[in-house]
Design a protein around this ligand. Structure first.
Ligand SMILES: Cc1cc2nc3c(=O)[nH]c(=O)nc-3n(C[C@H](O)[C@H](O)[C@H](O)COP(=O)(O)OP(=O)(O)OC[C@H]3O[C@@H](n4cnc5c(N)ncnc54)[C@H](O)[C@@H]3O)c2cc1C
Length: 475
């Protein structure tokens, strides 16, 4: 355990430590000290002291990460929460300079007055921080339009884990990926990007210049029932033909996910359709326009009726907020169902190339039904970039943990057979360390291990993430 360098705030009282030890998902961890440096110079001091004393650190920002990266297992927690200033907003250049631990919503509240947005749409943005999003390459529901947080970063500055300065690091540009290409893959970090996308195992991002976008003049959305996911992907191709880069979101919701939302909302649930379409899947298509004079609603209506030939009673047209409320209720609905069923949950965040995404989901559901018919399969997510959030729910009689290894293997095998990744945007953390060693290409693993040795020679920063504690000692 590191002794705090003089002048750096630290917490040791058990009641103050508890919130730093508890990840968003997974078992609580434990720590006996949290360090709260106030700026980059103090972080550098902490890193140098940790290196000198071979004391491990776990990074903590908004603590919304889903892969247990921020969960300490006895390490000192290095909290970035004091790096929370918006340094400048340049509306003309559409850039904002910020410290790393500014929450996404805080930044966007400041940008709204300028008609600008840093477009990361996630359920966690009230707490999730910009630096963590860039470090993790996080991807929101609108990644199909704007790319990941890494693409929304022009420059990041920070410290390597040995305490030395990284200099300026440039975020990649976003191009709409070809359908045969895997668009998002946080299981294959590119060490050439430095701290961007390498999820805090090489160093700490302290400051960033972010690429901003104009707030659209208009947005419209529709819920579209489809017979299967291959059909859904044909809708995506048609939407791209008609709306081009103005397809802002293209999400999917399985009937099982929709049923959970209906159960959660009860009487308050409103279908946006004249009749219940009883479809196996629903798409949430959101389009935008920068032209306030465009008849966007009529344009979308024309797409639904003339391009997709949807009958009037299957037109899922409702205010955007109402449709979004359905999409954003799925996780809460899944939490309720998990508690009621009492058999636990396995959660996955996979992705495949868009061209095989529909076939992938169909194959995965069939494989799980055949091998584990007792498991409830909930699927939803970012179909526009081939991303799927998968929740497998057990029952008290048949808990998922009893078959966890077999279920994880099945999901990951089917994903790999469709050229997919076991972690689209949530990262690897300590949760998927074993999968990283087994399933990521040996070249990517070797490059990360080599970079870890170079940038973190004492192996002090997030030492268990990616299973690097095992991989580095094995190499
Ligand atoms: C309800 C909910 C919805 C979510 N939806 C999405 C989603 O749609 N898409 C998505 O991608 N994620 C999603 N997430 C996951 C999460 O919000 C992201 O992973 C986010 O990047 C974590 O930010 P944080 O500030 O909470 O980081 P923390 O959880 O505090 O940190 C996690 C790890 O990130 C790294 N890290 C943090 N800050 C830095 C830094 N400055 N420099 C280097 N490394 C750093 C460290 O390894 C750290 O251990 C969701 C989470 C929740 C709870």
């Amino acid at each position: 355990m590191i002794a705090p360098p003089p002048g750096i705030a630290s917490l040791t009282q058990p009641e103050a430590l508890a919130r730093y030890a508890t990840p968003e998902r997974g078992a609580p961890g434990y720590t006996s000290r949290v360090l709260l440096p106030a700026n980059a110079a103090e972080i550098a001091e902490v890193l140098r002291a940790a290196r000198a004393s071979h004391s491990a650190l776990v990074l903590s920002a908004g603590r919304t990460g889903l892969v247990e990266a921020q969960r300490p297992a006895g390490e000192t927690v290095l909290s970035l929460e004091k790096l929370n200033r918006i340094l400048s907003i340049d509306a003309g250049a559409m850039r904002a300079e910020v410290e790393a631990a500014v929450p996404v919503d805080t930044l966007n509240a400041a940008l709204e007055a300028h008609g600008l947005v840093w477009p990361m749409e996630m359920g966690s943005t009230s707490a999730a921080t910009v630096g963590a999003c860039v470090a993790n390459g996080s991807a929101g529901a609108n990644a199909v339009c704007y790319g990941t947080a890494a693409h929304l970063c022009e420059t990041a500055w920070g410290l390597w884990a040995d305490g030395s300065e990284t200099g300026a690091q440039t975020g990649p540009q976003w191009f709409t990926p070809a359908p045969q290409v895997l668009a998002i893959d946080s299981a294959a970090p590119d060490v050439q990007q430095g701290l961007i996308g390498t999820q805090g195992v090489l160093g700490v991002i302290t400051r960033l210049v972010l690429r901003l976008h104009r707030l659209p003049a208009q947005r419209e959305a529709a819920l579209i029932p489809v017979t299967d996911m291959p059909a859904a992907m044909r809708v995506l191709a048609l939407a791209r033909d008609v709306f081009g880069a103005d397809v802002e979101e293209f999400e999917f919701i399985s009937a099982s996910a929709m049923a959970l939302v209906r159960a959660l909302k009860g009487e308050a649930f409103r279908w946006p359709f004249a009749r219940d379409p009883q479809a196996p899947f629903y798409l949430l298509l959101q389009v935008k326009s920068d032209d306030a004079g465009e008849e966007l609603a009529a344009h979308l209506y024309g797409f639904l009726t003339e391009t997709l030939h949807q009958p009037d009673d299957a037109l899922g047209y409702a205010p955007l907020k109402a449709l979004k409320a359905i999409r954003h209720s799925i996780t809460e609905a899944s939490n309720h169902a998990m508690k009621a069923l009492g058999g636990g949950r396995l959660a996955f965040d996979t992705a495949t190339p868009v061209e095989v995404f529909g076939d992938y989901l169909a194959a995965l559901e069939a494989a799980l039904k055949q091998q584990h018919p007792q498991v409830q399969f909930i699927a939803f997510g970012h179909a526009g970039v081939g991303g799927a959030h998968l929740h497998l729910l057990g029952t008290r009689e048949q808990p998922v943990q009893a078959h966890a290894d077999a279920l994880i293997k099945r999901v990951f095998d089917v994903t790999a057979a469709h050229r997919g990744t076991f972690s689209a945007e949530h990262g690897v953390g300590s949760k998927w360390g074993a999968a990283f060693a087994e399933r990521t290409s040996p070249q990517v693993v070797a490059e990360l291990v080599a970079a870890k040795r170079q940038r973190d020679p004492a192996h002090i920063l997030n030492p268990r993430s990616f299973g690097l504690d095992q991989l580095v000692s094995r190499a």
